[in-house]
Structure formats: structure tokens, C-alpha cells
Unconditional design. Structure first.
Length: 268
């Protein structure tokens, strides 16, 4: 005889809440950036990036953000310097890393525009590193090891990655997931922008970084991206970066059209 007791049937979950489509981007004011490196430290702590082994080099260490120092090439007293924080530029059009990955370990989220890296799919071929014109990807040469006691401070929202995979910035995507969870719990269809801010933006003491939805015409990041002094690195490549830079200095904006990641010196 069939059991008609509804208590024995599985509970059907409510359908996943749908949030509005967004294109998250960042504005970096180079006239404010002091090159202090707070963004590097915040990123490493937030995303469980372990300290580099003593044998690591500039090429074999992991840092989702690098700060490059460049100057105008003039002699004192006319010499001027600028610091360029460079991470994944979150390409929106024909992202080179996506097109070359044989494992589909790199994907552009259609709802956010964020270029995600999926470690469990990555086979470590490093095609994406060769394809990235911004040199914003890093190969993990070692299994993660933290000094004694430091493992107690790891972020439980981010899984440590194994050696043999490529790493990059993903705009602290786990923070977006937390913001969506909070909004769903409160019965809201939109997240509070204040609930989703990457660690680097939050930590910058000079307030040189602004983050938000580029599709939101009322957002600060959208307004600044259209400003006359805003520009994108290697924009002529047509990759459509969602990271914009700003500077009142014309020589800095001109430098952005060149390969800053190869002409500049690493700082921090």
C-alpha cells in the first residue's frame, strides 16, 4: 500500500533567487596611489595566499596584485613617478585567457562579468599566462604552507589552492556570494553595494580604489569610468578591461597605452 504521508516526501527547496545582471569594475586613481602595498597584503590575507618560500623569485611567487613603479623619464627636478597597481583586468570582450584554456578552467560569469579561475579544472598548462597581455596570472609552484599558528587566521570562505594551478584576482567573488546570501535572507532582490567590496579596495588607506557596478548609471564607478581622465591599459587590444585608471597627468595616461607591466619596475 502506498504511503501518502507527506512527511516522507523530500522538501522542495525554493527556487534560487535571481539578482540583476551586473558588470563589476574598478577605478584606480593613480594620483592618489602611494604604492604602499596595503592592497597586496589585504588580498593575500583575504584569499589565503601563503607566504612565498625563501627559494621563490619575482617570477615564481604568488601575488594577485602587483604594484609597478614608472616615471616620466626626466631628470631632477622635473622627474615624476607613478605607481600602477595591476591585477586581472577582468576583460569583457574576447578574454585571451578564456579562449586558450583547454580545460574550461577560466570562465566569464555572464551575470557579473567577473573572470573566474576554477582551480579543480586547471591542469597547469599555463596557456592562460602566456595569453594574458597584462601579466596578471601566477603559477602555484608549491603546496600552501603557513608559519605555525598562522593557519588559525585563514579565511574560511576561501579554499586554499593546491600546487600546479594558476591563480589570479577574481574581485573577491566570495564576498559577492556572502552579499547575495544576506540579501536573500532579508528578502531583497538586490544586494547592498556596501556589502560587496573587494579586500584591496577596503584596505586602501589613500582611497585610491573605487568598486561597483559599471551598468549602474548612478554608481560612482560608472561615473568615473566615463571621465575624461580615465583610461584602460592597452585599450587598443579590444579586450574591454573592467579596471579603469585615472590621472590628471597626461604622461601617465599615455603610459597606460604602453605595456606598463614590462616597462615599469616592480614595487612592493
Amino acid at each position: 500500500m502506498a504511503n501518502n504521508d507527506s512527511r516522507n516526501f523530500p522538501v522542495v527547496a525554493e527556487p534560487e533567487q535571481k539578482f540583476s545582471k551586473a558588470r563589476y569594475g574598478m577605478i584606480i586613481d593613480l594620483d592618489r596611489c602611494t604604492g604602499c602595498g596595503a592592497c597586496l597584503v589585504a588580498c593575500a590575507i583575504e584569499n589565503n595566499v601563503p607566504p612565498d618560500p625563501p627559494t621563490s623569485t619575482e617570477r615564481t611567487g604568488i601575488t594577485p596584485i602587483r604594484v609597478y613603479r614608472a616615471d616620466n623619464g626626466k631628470s631632477f627636478p622635473d622627474n615624476e613617478s607613478v605607481f600602477f597597481p595591476v591585477s586581472c583586468q577582468q576583460c569583457d570582450h574576447h578574454a585571451p585567457c578564456v579562449s586558450v584554456c583547454p580545460q574550461k578552467a577560466v570562465e566569464v560569469d555572464p551575470t557579473t562579468g567577473i573572470v573566474g579561475q576554477i582551480p579543480v579544472r586547471c591542469l597547469g598548462c599555463r596557456y592562460c599566462m602566456a595569453a594574458c597581455p597584462y601579466h596578471a596570472r601566477y603559477f602555484n609552484w608549491w603546496d600552501p604552507v603557513w608559519p605555525k599558528g598562522m593557519e588559525e587566521a585563514l579565511n574560511p570562505d576561501v579554499s586554499p589552492r593546491m600546487r600546479g594551478v594558476v591563480e589570479k584576482c577574481n574581485f573577491c567573488f566570495h564576498r559577492l556570494q556572502a552579499a547575495r546570501t544576506k540579501a536573500a535572507a532579508e528578502g531583497k532582490r538586490e544586494i547592498d553595494p556596501a556589502d560587496y567590496v573587494p579586500a584591496c579596495v577596503e584596505a586602501c588607506p589613500a582611497k585610491a580604489m573605487t568598486f561597483g557596478d559599471l551598468l549602474d548609471e548612478d554608481s560612482e564607478v560608472s561615473r568615473l569610468s566615463k571621465d575624461r581622465i580615465s583610461f584602460r591599459l592597452l585599450e587598443n587590444l579590444g579586450t574591454g578591461p573592467k579596471v579603469y585608471y585615472r590621472s590628471e597627468r597626461e604622461w601617465v595616461r599615455t603610459l597606460g597605452e604602453e605595456v606598463v607591466a614590462t616597462k615599469g619596475n616592480v614595487h612592493g
